[in-house]
Structure formats: structure tokens, C-alpha cells
Design a protein around this ligand. Structure first.
Ligand SMILES: C[S@@+](CC[C@H](N)C(=O)[O-])C[C@H]1O[C@@H](n2cnc3c(N)ncnc32)[C@H](O)[C@@H]1O
Length: 507
């Protein structure tokens, strides 16, 4: 990459986000489930290439104080901002370096248990991509997990058309953000003028919908970039194979299910190939996939073709599912479990019902599988906890993990388990709110949208210096002067419970 390209990121910094799919616990757990003896996320070494302003890496470093983190980015503006953030957050387990990935001393950099590159691979020229893969080849520990996200084909062919229309229409504009608005204007006009109800018009309208959800800075770097190289999955696999690396699985567990495919489509897919890699490629062709977040490992590893059920035994569990009060787990009656997103799950297997209800009641704890089995043996008749039922439980839990109903972890997440007199919320989440973000990150790396200003204020007040009565007084004064103290206290307590359950309290 030329230096002038780096100035583009200096001029228009990329919007910063936390990417839960890059959290070391997620990557180590997926690696472990696929049969790789990954390092514990509690004490690992993590490298992020093209880390931007470091928000993602700082979030991980805050939640894993005994692990160490290194962020590399070519942009001086981004790295200066990353260093400022680390210092504001008081993080001593993170370092940021302004450097080109083509120009790193890999011996000096050392070995890493996890290497992440989000939003870099497709947006750099071939020689930079080669340098990135060299880093994975030489710096990934033997049982390390690599994460690389990239634009995928065939879906990105369509995106290429809309990008080219926007680039052409804004070709004479030099200001980055004006370029974006002019480009979108051009794309909208072209879509409106193209043949009514044609496939082409539908395609452009779909692209316009996608763009509407993104920030102008994001559209600028992603759609006006001189380099935006999508890949077929099989091309990606060949490229990494040339560097002694192989594909493990996608960072999104649900990708291992044929989610969204009809039974008929699954049958067609099954007929194409039984080889998991070819099957995955055919699935992309069927779904018109446009983005991948792939996990890779050293070719010397022999990962399992699908997640290992016995690894559930070494996992810690959490869920946001809720059940109706007094739901029965000691018989085979059906219990409905609801997710926050409106999906539900109906179960009648006593041991599985017990485990889900126990997880719900013990939130924000993340109990171990063995601890849950011990608790089940106390609460259920022996016939419900024999080896046959434990095997069924493993299988249900794996299915629920892949479908996104529960999370499996590699350690007990250290969020606080009760509301203290002077509660302390995650410093990282308070820092996000202080910077004007409405998205905050929990201790276990999940993102939450905080849309109500009074809730945002409540979280910022949880710095350990205010007791509950002071908190109630300040919230009442600013947001509810006309409500009774008792009513405000009730609402504050309710919200404190939600904050605790969301794993946002550290003291
Ligand atoms: C699209 S942004 C992605 C930032 C962040 N990872 C994210 O996804 O939000 C790409 C980042 O890679 C950096 N970058 C581009 N080329 C690079 C290179 N050759 N060496 C190091 N960093 C590079 C840019 O400065 C920019 O911060």
C-alpha cells in the first residue's frame, strides 16, 4: 500500500466499533469446539492488524486484564487516537504501533494465540495481502486462531456495480464526504431511471437499502476505495493454503447450520458435494453471500469437521433466554423459552429445561457445564440425569449454541454478581457513553444499544463514588423532577438489575 492511501484514513478516520465476533473468548471457544487446544482467553497474546482507532482491541484488553494485546495500523491519526484511548482507560496490557503491515520485523513481533484483521484483507493491494498472510504464517502460535474478514463472491459482484456507479457519478468531487452524498444521489437517480420492476432496478434498490444503514465514512472507505477485492471462498482457501494455513469455521456459529435455506435448498446443497469446503462454497453460491469472517489455523492442525460434543463439558454457559415464572423442569411438560429478539424455543427434556432455567436464575454468572450437572443431580430425579440424558443435553446445547440461543465460553466471565452500595459499571462502557456512543460493550464482549438518555446517565453515574440514594436523587433531578422519589427509586432499581444481568457491573 502506498503512503498516500494511508493518508485517506488520516483524513477520514474509519468509524470505530467493537466487533463481538473477534473477542478472544469467542475465537478460543470456537477453536476448542473444533478440536484445537487453544490458549485460554484469560491469558493469551492477541494481535490486530489494521486496528484503526483501537476501540475493538481496547474493549478486549479491558475485559481480559491478564492477556496482552498489540494493535498495528498505518494511519498516524488512528494510532494516536488508539494510544489516547488506552491511556484514558488506564490499560497497561495493550500497545499500539503506527506501522505498515508490509514492513514489520516478525521476529520482534513474536508469536500470538490470536491474530485478527477485520476490514483489511479486501481493501489492500495484493502485495499487502501477501504480507498479511506472511504474518499469520509466521506469527500465529501452533494452536493459534486467525480471524480474517473479507468481501465475498458472488454477492459482492452486485455491490461492485453500485460502487462503480457511485464512483463514476462523483468522479470530479474531491471532498470525501461530498463524494459520498453525490455518489448516493447518482445511484438513487440511476435506480429510479432504470427499467421499472426490472431485475437490475431491484438489485440497485437493494444496494441503496444497504447503504442507508451505514455511516458516510464507512461508505467512503468501503465503496469509494480504489481497492475493493472480493473473493470466492475457494480462492480464499487456496490463498491461505499457500501460507501453511487452513480454514477452520466462520466466526458466526450459526454459519455451521444451513440457516435460512429451505428443505429443498438443503437437499440441492447436499447433492452438490459432501465435502464440507465445497459444500460451503456452494452455499455461498446459493445465498449470494457478500461477506465472510473466516477463522483459520495452522495447516499442521487437524480440526474436526464439525463441533465436538464432548467439548461442551469444558465450557461455561450463558443465555439471555427467559421462561415463564414457575415453569416445570421435573417432568416432560413443554416450556417455552423466549429470546430478546422475539424468537422462542419449546422444550420438554427435563435436564435441558433445568439447565436453561438455572442459567436464567443465576445470571450474570456463567456456570460451568459440570457445575450445572451437579446442580441438576440435586434438583432432579436420578433417572433424568443419567449418561443418556447428559448426552442428549450436550446435543441440545450444541444445537442451541449454533442457533444463537445460548453462548459457550472458555472461562467464567468475571462480571460482578450483585448490586453493591456504590455500584461500579464497566469503565469501558462508561467511556463509550462519555464519547457520545449509544452502543456499549458488556464484560463478555456483547454490544448493547442504549437508546434512553436516563439509562445512559445512570450507567455513567456508576463509578463507585455514588450510593443508591445519590443516584436516585441525580436521576430524579435531571429526568423526572415531577415523579415521587419512591417511583424513581423503583425505576432505578429495575434498571440496575438489568445492568447487572447484562454483565455490565464490575463492582
Ligand atoms: C477499513 S479500516 C478497518 C478498521 C477496523 N479494523 C474496523 O474494521 O473498524 C482499515 C484500516 O487498515 C489500516 N491499513 C490499511 N492499510 C494498512 C497497512 N498496509 N498496514 C497497516 N494498516 C493498514 C487503515 O489505516 C485503516 O485504519
Amino acid at each position: 500500500m502506498s503512503q498516500s492511501e494511508s493518508f485517506i484514513y488520516d483524513e477520514v478516520p474509519y468509524p470505530s466499533f467493537v466487533f463481538p465476533q473477534t473477542h478472544p473468548d469467542r475465537l478460543a471457544t470456537l477453536g476448542r469446539l473444533m478440536g484445537i487446544p487453544t490458549a485460554s482467553p484469560e491469558s493469551c497474546r492477541v494481535l490486530e492488524l489494521g486496528c484503526g482507532d483501537g476501540t475493538n482491541l481496547c474493549s478486549h484488553a479491558y475485559s481480559l486484564p491478564n492477556s496482552s494485546f498489540v494493535g498495528i495500523d498505518l494511519s498516524t491519526v488512528e494510532i494516536d487516537s488508539a494510544k489516547r484511548s488506552a491511556s484514558e482507560l488506564g490499560l497497561s496490557n495493550i500497545e499500539f504501533h503506527q506501522a505498515d503491515v508490509t514492513d514489520l520485523d516478525l521476529d520482534e513481533l513474536g508469536r500470538f494465540d490470536i491474530i485478527v484483521a477485520h476490514g483489511l484483507f479486501s481493501w489492500v493491494p495484493d502485495f499487502v495481502r501477501e504480507a498479511m498472510l506472511n504474518i499469520y504464517e509466521q506469527c500465529l502460535a501452533p494452536n493459534g486462531i486467525g480471524y480474517i474478514s473479507y468481501n465475498a463472491l458472488p454477492g459482492c459482484r452486485i455491490r461492485q456495480i453500485s460502487s462503480e456507479i457511485m464512483q463514476y457519478h462523483s468522479r470530479n468531487e474531491t471532498d470525501a464526504l461530498k463524494k459520498v452524498s453525490l455518489g448516493i444521489e447518482g445511484l438513487r437517480a440511476v435506480a429510479a431511471a432504470s427499467a421499472a420492476d426490472s431485475v437490475y432496478q431491484a438489485m440497485l434498490s437493494l444496494e441503496l437499502d444497504q447503504i442507508a444503514d451505514r455511516t458516510p465514512e464507512n461508505v467512503f472507505h468501503d465503496d469509494h476505495s480504489t481497492v475493493n477485492q472480493p473473493f470466492y471462498f475457494h480462492e480464499f482457501c487456496s490463498m491461505i493454503a499457500g501460507h501453511g494455513l487452513k480454514f477452520l469455521c466462520e466466526a458466526e456459529p450459526s454459519d455451521m447450520l444451513d440457516k435460512g435455506l429451505s428443505d429443498e435448498a438443503t437437499k440441492i446443497l447436499d447433492n452438490f458435494s459432501s465435502d464440507p469446503f465445497e459444500r460451503s462454497q456452494y452455499r455461498d453460491l446459493i445465498t449470494g453471500r457478500r461477506f465472510r469472517s473466516s477463522l483459520i489455523c495452522k495447516a499442521s492442525n487437524s480440526p474436526a469437521p464439525s463441533p465436538l460434543l464432548n467439548e461442551v463439558d469444558r465450557s461455561y454457559l450463558s443465555t439471555q433466554l427467559t421462561s415463564e415464572e414457575d415453569s416445570r423442569f421435573d417432568d416432560d411438560s413443554t416450556v417455552q423459552f423466549d429470546s430478546a429478539s422475539g424468537n422462542n424455543l419449546k422444550l420438554n427434556h427435563p435436564l435441558t429445561k433445568f439447565v436453561l432455567i438455572e442459567l436464567e436464575h443465576r445470571r450474570p454468572e456463567t456456570p460451568s457445564f459440570s457445575g450445572l450437572i451437579d446442580a441438576a443431580r440435586q434438583a432432579l430425579a436420578t433417572e433424568h440425569t443419567n449418561e443418556e440424558h447428559i448426552e442428549r443435553l450436550r446435543s441440545f446445547l450444541m444445537q442451541m449454541f449454533l442457533a444463537g440461543f445460548i453462548k459457550l465460553h472458555s472461562f467464567d466471565l468475571a462480571s460482578h454478581r450483585e448490586i453493591s452500595d456504590r455500584p461500579i459499571a464497566s469503565r469501558f462502557a462508561r467511556w463509550q457513553l462519555e464519547r457520545g456512543s449509544t452502543t456499549i460493550t458488556t464484560i463478555n464482549g456483547a454490544n448493547l444499544e442504549i437508546e434512553i438518555p436516563a439509562v445512559a446517565k445512570l450507567i455513567t453515574l456508576l463509578d463507585g463514588s455514588n450510593d443508591r440514594s445519590e443516584i436516585v436523587r441525580m436521576i430524579k433531578e435531571e429526568f423526572a423532577p415531577d415523579q415521587s422519589e419512591a417511583e424513581v427509586e423503583r425505576i432505578v432499581n429495575e434498571n440496575l438489575n438489568s445492568i447487572l444481568n447484562a454483565r455490565l457491573l464490575v463492582g
